[in-house]
Design a protein. Structure first.
Length: 310
């Protein structure tokens, strides 16, 4: 039994290192499209119910590389002359080798007229996150240690709180989001605390002519004890129906993005990431595909909508 406890402690140490050293929250190449997953203050932004889903396959070609699938739905509630509310929910699941994560979050946001031309929203997301370890997928030097673990799966469920603010008008937006704000940890262990993730976001819509627009967006991310990260996205939009552009993240690589809008209600995005750091020797690419569905046509002309975000 003492031998088994020692083995479990080693395995737990490996899992703790994974929680601390790897990405604790999902990273999206197309962070603007998936912004409600990052900042709950954007919940209820559209004038009708909207559904979004994204699948991300990271570092294709590497065994056990991370994959992520997410889905979310949100809608506007109780609209008044100068304010409205938003309610939504999202679920996502991650898998990386022997480790898996599933989370469910309910979002609420309150939007109000802040000053001439600007709206200000504050949002909160509350839910839970389940962390899983499949010991059968871990490799041990000693076969006896592997047999001692057996065909077992352990999981841990932690509460999760996200919050954020969003300031926006017709041609630009500014956002501040704090993910894992509750700073939860597994009792009885060390180095398993979920670190708070801070994200500052900015986007702008620059009209070139009646048909073409330029849409730059940037996100600055920071987590305690890590190097800050900067994401940039530069898009050209044609008649709000087709967009293409590039994106980049410091220390990782660059991406190509393309968007297709169908019937003003269906949106399809695809992003292809090229890895430039040391992982390029094992894998060059990451694929991210997203789809959005709205229950009404959004033409970008409704009052209060932001062309830099749509």
């Amino acid at each position: 039994m003492r031998k088994l406890c020692k083995i479990l402690m080693v395995v737990m140490g490996v899992s703790q290192a994974w929680w601390v050293g790897s990405q604790q929250t999902t990273q999206f190449t197309n962070f603007v499209f998936n912004y409600q997953m990052i900042n709950p203050a954007a919940t209820g932004y559209t004038t009708c119910t909207e559904f979004k889903s994204t699948h991300r396959s990271q570092w294709a070609g590497i065994e056990g590389a991370p994959t992520n699938t997410s889905a979310m739905i949100h809608a506007r509630m109780r609209p008044h002359k100068n304010s409205f509310q938003g309610l939504g929910a999202h679920i996502e699941t991650d898998a990386a080798g022997a480790f898996g994560v599933t989370s469910f979050t309910m979002n609420y946001a309150y939007h109000t007229r802040f000053t001439k031309g600007y709206n200000l929203a504050a949002g909160i997301g509350v839910g839970f996150t389940q962390y899983r370890i499949d010991f059968t997928k871990l490799n041990f030097r000693n076969p006896l240690e592997e047999n001692a673990i057996g065909n077992s799966v352990s999981d841990y469920v932690l509460p999760n709180i996200n919050m954020g603010f969003w300031l926006y008008r017709g041609d630009r937006f500014y956002g501040l989001a704090i993910r894992s704000a509750g700073n939860s940890k597994i009792d009885g262990t060390t180095a398993t605390r979920l670190q708070r993730h801070y994200a500052l976001t900015y986007g702008k819509y620059i009209k070139i002519n009646k048909e073409i627009a330029f849409k730059p967006s940037f996100m600055f991310r920071w987590v305690k004890s890590t190097r800050p990260a900067i994401d940039a996205q530069l898009l050209l939009s044609y008649k709000k129906a087709f967009s293409f552009g590039i994106a980049a993240r410091n220390g990782h690589g660059f991406s190509a993005l393309v968007k297709l809008e169908l019937l003003n209600q269906i949106t399809i995005w695809y992003a292809y990431d090229v890895t430039l750091n040391k992982l390029r020797y094992g894998s060059y690419s990451t694929h991210e595909i997203s789809i959005g569905l709205r229950t009404c046509s959004v033409l970008g002309k409704e009052n209060g909508l932001c062309a830099a975000y749509d």
